[in-house]
Design a protein. Structure first.
Length: 531
């Protein structure tokens, strides 16, 4: 973007492609040949949860269908997949839970390719540990939200188009197809335009005193935008979307989920922290979607707090939402059990407290000593007494050797526990007295080198970063290999390419500057999200 010959050549190339695409669309509209259609005609999703009075609502003509976006998606409400976003659907008479009931959707061939590519490839890449059970309805809740939330639908297609374009680039070793970039930006543009429409409609509905519908769909959209900005490596734009997700989380819990317009039975199950024991499709979808999306926001909030250097924004909810017996289980979403993630959040809060005290000139370790002792006791209890389920210890050659079961969450949780122990030391003592960590560092390296399957490494990015930051010189090459090759280094996930250069700088400054602190390390990575 230097206003030179190359920029002009690319601009002209894009203009030519747009012209050709427009001509093809015009020709296809004149043609009598029908477009490939995927029809979905579900039965009423309102019963048996809704009352008989709502069944008459479902018999009324349904309005918008999902978009094809071939020419008129942004102008013509008739191809608007999302009723929940238009001013009409937000009126007091039209805030039923599933306005798509009885609708028949038309999805174009190119969009169906992108949609299935997302479901088959991109979503598992985002959540490699997520394996929903039969009672939860699998990933059905995701498809429902996609097909009734227009901006989410297009955000998903934008992520999928990006993934396909980068895959083609990596596999064919040729320049990235410009047409793929145009497709990606087209869907992103529609997504943001529709998002603005929804925000205006939400504002109008709040002013009139009633709740907008499809709050879960908008929450899913915010999460997807975080991943899009993260995958494409667009700096710190993901932080804006995380802030929006956190704000939505606050509102949902302050209103006891009324802001999400869920079915009453779903609200009771979620507010009372009940297990999902009834196979009612609507309730199962809403409960599964809520727990997954809210767990995801808590997970990202905690992980972001590590490199931002402040307490998680949702810390006040941790004792309730991610307690050991909570129905929201982070191990099902990102692989690590709730109790470890909760301790990591507490450590981040200590970092913020320490920073503020230093700025005010009165920090003393004694101020946080009791909290540090409590956190350390919980972590060490698991590491040394086997309080993690699924493994046992045996002594061999004076070293503690771990005997694993086949449960991947046990491995992931154990590595995160080692990370938490090291992270706590860095927050309280910086890079001083690292000899105190000898047992933790040796144990973590032993497990990483001998016990962790390769396919689990992408779920361990944050532990690998924190453990790597205190690595001994003889172990540095191990982390170079991890962060410079698959599966952790993935050309589709641009943010991960930034991790190794930051670690190299930490190692260099640790050796050259004895006073190097954890706060100095944070200044190297203020917008790095370790997912």
């Amino acid at each position: 973007m230097d206003h030179g010959e190359k920029e002009r050549a690319i601009a002209n190339s894009i203009k030519d492609i747009v012209k050709q695409t427009s001509r093809r669309k015009a020709s296809s509209q004149l043609s009598k040949k029908p477009r490939p259609i995927v029809t979905i005609a579900p039965k009423s999703l309102n019963d048996p949860v809704e009352s008989s009075s709502s069944s008459s609502e479902s018999n009324r003509p349904q309005g918008p269908n999902p978009p094809s976006d071939h020419g008129s998606s942004q102008q013509d409400d008739g191809v608007n997949m999302l009723q929940d976003g238009s001013a009409d659907s937000l009126s007091p008479e039209r805030h039923d839970h599933h306005p798509m009931t009885g609708a028949i959707f038309s999805v174009s061939a190119d969009e169906s390719i992108l949609l299935m590519h997302f479901l088959d490839n991109v979503f598992p890449l985002q959540y490699p540990m997520y394996k929903p059970g039969t009672l939860d309805g699998g990933r059905g809740w995701l498809l429902t939200l996609l097909l009734r939330t227009k901006p989410l639908y297009h955000a998903t297609l934008a992520v999928s188009a990006y993934y396909r374009r980068m895959t083609i680039l990596a596999e064919n070793h040729q320049s990235s197809p410009v047409a793929g970039l145009i497709e990606q930006e087209k869907h992103l543009g529609i997504c943001l335009t529709e998002f603005q429409r929804i925000l205006k409609s939400v504002d109008q509905s709040v002013r009139k005193g009633y709740c907008p519908s499809n709050g879960l769909g908008i929450t899913a959209l915010v999460v997807q935008l975080i991943f899009f900005e993260l995958f494409t490596g667009r700096g710190n734009a993901w932080q804006i979307h995380l802030c929006a997700g956190v704000n939505m989380y606050h509102v949902a819990h302050e209103t006891k989920l009324a802001s999400l317009t869920l079915a009453e039975k779903s609200r009771v199950i979620l507010c009372d922290e009940l297990p999902l024991s009834e196979d009612v499709p609507l309730v199962a979808e809403e409960v599964a979607a809520f727990r997954f999306l809210n767990g995801t926001i808590i997970w990202i909030d905690i992980i972001s707090s590590i490199t931002v250097g402040r307490a998680p924004q949702l810390l006040p909810y941790h004792l309730l939402v991610i307690s050991s017996d909570s129905q929201t289980k982070l191990e099902d979403i990102m692989g690590c059990k709730n109790w470890v993630m909760r301790q990591i959040g507490r450590i981040s809060a200590l970092q913020e407290r320490k920073t503020q005290a230093l700025q005010q000139g009165h920090f003393a370790y004694a101020e946080i000593e009791q909290t540090v002792a409590d956190i350390n006791r919980e972590i060490q209890c698991a590491l040394t007494q086997g309080s993690l389920e699924g493994f046992s210890f045996s002594e061999r050659d004076s070293a503690t050797i771990l005997s694993w079961t086949s449960d991947p969450t046990t491995i992931v949780t154990y590595i995160f526990a080692y990370m938490a122990s090291i992270y706590l030391h860095l927050v309280t003592h910086d890079y001083q007295k690292l000899q105190v960590l000898d047992t933790s560092i040796s144990g973590a390296m032993r497990v990483l080198k001998t016990q962790v399957p390769t396919q689990l490494l992408p779920t361990l990015v944050s532990p690998l970063y924190v453990i790597g930051s205190v690595a001994r010189q003889e172990d540095e090459q191990f982390f170079r290999n991890i962060f410079s090759s698959p599966p952790v280094l993935d050309p589709l996930l641009q943010h991960r390419a930034r991790i190794l250069p930051i670690l190299e700088e930490i190692w260099r400054r640790r050796r050259g500057t004895p006073s190097f602190t954890w706060k100095d390390a944070l200044e190297l990575s203020p917008d790095l999200l370790l997912l």
